[in-house]
Write a protein that binds this ligand. Sequence first.
Ligand SMILES: [Zn+2]
Length: 305
Amino acid sequence: MSISTMPRPISNELVILRLLNARMELSEHDKWNYARLEKGFDGELKFDQLTDVLVNNGIVIKGLLLEVNDIEFQIDTTIIFQGIIYLFDVKNYENDYYYENGKLYSKNGNIVTDPLLQLERCESLFLRLLKDLGFDIRVVCRLVFINPEFTLMQAPRDSPIVYPSQVKRLMKQLNEFPSKLTKRHEDLARKLISLHKPVSSNMKLPAYGYEQLEKRIMCKLCYSRSTIVQHNFIVCGTCGHRELVDYAVVRSVRELLVLFPGIRITTNLVYEWCGIVESKKMIGRILKEHYKAIGYGQWTYYIPK
Ligand SMILES: [Zn+2]
């Protein structure tokens, strides 16, 4: 798989919030943060649909979380061309926004974090990183508003904004960009990907503990808890999705490890966590098949193979 067709990584924060939202009652603020992340991710996927069909010779890197001098920054999409690197910040904002006296407001008059300032910060950190890595390539940043229902008024005229009505034209421009890549460009792309941080140090998560979470295999697709076991399948009462029990149990173990890194995976724990699989023996068999057993008898626990 070439770098450009790799799927966009989902941030750990979003993965955890999806799991928590399905297993506990989030506070209003956490619900708001969760919805904001889902919406942002959705916008990034929409942008991917456009960059995925670029036929030009550029390397597209989706979703980088980088760090320079202990300062974390993220780039939604990076495209490396021969003599230029494009950094895109994609926003899925909806409705009306306006600039006034150098500040950004939503239509109800609330001040919003200015994505243009974030973009400037991202650019300077990225330039510093490039320099540290020994690369000297021109960098251009663009703030892309992807949602067709978005309007921005009184934006600074020469700002690097791409409006919904301009996105198509942007893709056309990118496609026509003359670019001949060398091994050095590929080296840079691989280097950037190797520096990607899988877990952000700035996650905004509610406090949660094992005891307070609902224990049940959730639907893989819609995260519903209305699931039942039918023969060898977990069947969702909300969306009808069917998943083999074996896969669903392995997925549930992965969820446990995401929510509680380092937790000791035992048959009893997974049996309790899954909730609806009646046979403990079956859980034990699935764990044995998919994980490496450590220890003996009642003290057995499992680690990834
Ligand atoms: Zn479902």
